[in-house]
Design a protein around this ligand. Structure first.
Ligand code: FAD
Ligand code: MLT
Ligand code: ZN
Length: 479
């Protein structure tokens, strides 16, 4: 990587130049103004930088990036700042970079066009995910990306992390929902790849380089997103199972009985349910008895609600008779379905403090991941507790480890490296990944380097060097 020219930080010229592009009120430097941009949602990656800059459109992004390239100032792209791995905040001090700015895309928040007949919408990177779901809904379409942070995360961040969430089983990850991209490259040039085509075999599919790159290769400013038919019926069930093994068997059984109608399949441990009820005591336990494991499952279809309910009831009955599930509560109204989803969506908030992991293994290995991981951890840290939940339809577990109480967990967190090593060793044994959907950011950089084949890391570095020879895009993240 070429060494950066040393910016003259004593001179206000650079900040003035930025202000001439975006307006002085959009170059934030006062400590109170920059604070929300310089630390992450969980407040575990505090950072520092020169300024937070808020361009309004692609042209302004391009001019800001060109200025940074000229002055050798590094850029941290930021969207909703809900990253769980410290990807969206500066870390100038740690990387030895002289200067970094946060470039927020939040003001690029227009839906440029809707094309319901092509089932697409063209949107800017700062659109909040929930607003896009609602815009699709207003056109009688579905935009299926869905995660608990959807009220604050923005689509530029979703695509840059290749976000997952609860709809992956049926609709795929964020990258599967994209037809075209507009990207500002690290030298300030704009690549207009905003094609709304489902077929286009004209060489390398460059958009996939930028998705999942976590802002290390350029800045996504707009995207053409796929829309889907809006289901007219949905059934939500809270299901008690004996073990993760039974949950996996239930997934296979329901896929067999319901096919693609199965849109979400989330595993939730009793420990997680207890932590949710403790965090929000107004949330009720959906079933009368206590059970060790639950599945929250959603089925959607295009026919009538009555027809789907009948099918769902018959499938769940069959699974009960086959001994796969213990008990089930099928929501009888939208309000009941929302209440069941509220349990699931409160888990991240209820799990604020613990050692987090976001791992994936083949679905068939989920039971071994739970059992072997917890056995190895218990040997090293007697009494530790697994707050395990996640998108097991995709083989993705959030494998959070604590000590059962706040004080114990805080002390236990000093062992974070040893805990990671134990969990990662099981993941490796099972052919899994140590970052299923949250990305690498600054949290897992070293860990992926130690685990990926050297040739893969070398190829990644060569791509990075080719696109960003100055190394100004989100330094100290991913690689
Ligand atoms: P940010 O946090 O702002 O940025 C994320 C990364 O993308 C950073 O590296 C940043 O530099 C880069 N970036 C941002 N915008 C751009 C851009 N325009 N161009 C280039 N790079 C850019 N994640 C999941 O996958 N599934 C979940 O189910 C899920 N649930 C969550 C629940 C909660 C409560 C929270 C707090 C987080 C959750 N996350 C989940 C993690 C997070 O929401 C996702 O990673 C999300 O996609 C990040 O979007 P964002 O807009 O907040 O991006
Ligand atoms: C989720 O599925 O809720 C998340 O990815 C967030 C988390 O792991 O805390
Ligand atoms: Zn998740």
């Amino acid at each position: 990587m070429a060494s950066l020219p040393q910016p003259d930080l004593a001179s206000p010229a650079f900040l003035k130049d930025l202000a001439s592009v975006v307006g002085a009120q959009h170059v934030l430097t006062a400590p109170d103004d920059v604070a929300p941009f310089f630390t992450d949602w969980r407040r575990v990656f505090p950072g520092s930088g020169l300024a937070a800059v808020r361009p309004a459109n692609t042209e302004e992004v391009s001019r800001v990036v060109a200025l940074c390239a000229q002055h050798g100032v590094a850029i941290v792209p930021q969207a909703g700042n809900t990253s769980l791995c410290g990807g969206s905040v500066p870390r100038a001090a740690a990387t030895g970079r002289v200067a970094e700015i946060v470039l927020s895309v939040a003001r690029l928040n227009r839906i440029r066009s809707m094309d319901p007949l092509n089932d697409t919408m063209t949107v800017e990177a700062g659109c909040i995910l929930q607003n896009l779901q609602q815009a699709a809904d207003a056109q009688d379409r579905l935009f299926p990306l869905s995660l608990a942070a959807e009220g604050s995360c923005q689509v530029g961040g979703n695509l840059s992390t290749n976000a997952g969430g609860v709809g992956v089983l049926r609709y795929g990850n964020a990258r599967d929902l994209v037809l075209g991209l507009e990207v500002v490259l690290p030298d300030g040039r704009v690549w207009d790849g905003l094609k709304a085509l489902r077929k286009d075999n004209t060489g390398y599919d460059l958009k996939h380089l930028f998705m999942g790159a976590e802002g290390t290769l350029g800045i996504i400013t707009a995207a053409v997103l796929k829309l889907f038919p809006k289901p007219s019926a949905s059934a939500t069930a809270w299901i008690a199972v004996e073990s993760p093994q039974k949950a996996v068997e239930l997934l296979a059984a329901l896929r067999g009985l319901m096919g693609d109608r199965l849109t979400a399949f989330e595993l939730i441990s009793r420990v997680c349910l207890d932590s949710v009820i403790k965090c929000k005591p107004s949330i009720p336990d959906p079933l009368r008895e206590r059970h060790p494991w639950y599945v929250l499952c959603e089925l959607t279809d295009g026919g009538t609600q009555a027809a789907l309910n009948e099918r769902a009831e018959s499938a769940l009955m069959e699974c009960t008779e086959r001994g796969i599930l213990i008990d089930v509560a099928l929501a009888q109204s939208e309000a009941q379905a929302n209440a069941l989803w509220a349990i699931r969506e409160t888990i991240p908030e209820a799990q604020f403090t613990n050692v987090k992991h976001d791992v994936s293994v083949p679905v068939s290995s989920i039971p071994r991941m739970v059992e072997e991981g917890m056995a190895d951890l218990a040997r090293a840290f007697p009494g530790c507790v697994g707050y395990i939940f996640g998108h097991i339809g995709d083989g993705n577990l959030h494998y959070n480890i604590g000590m059962g109480d706040e004080a114990g967990t805080r002390e236990f967190m000093q062992n974070i490296k040893a805990v990671n090593e134990i969990v990662y060793a099981v993941v490796e044994r099972l052919g899994g990944s140590i970052s299923a959907e949250h990305g690498v950011g600054q949290l897992k950089r070293i860990a992926i380097k130690a685990r990926k084949p050297a040739v893969e890391i070398e190829l990644m570095q060569r791509v990075k060097d080719a696109l960003d020879p100055q190394g100004i895009m989100n330094p100290g993240k991913v690689l």
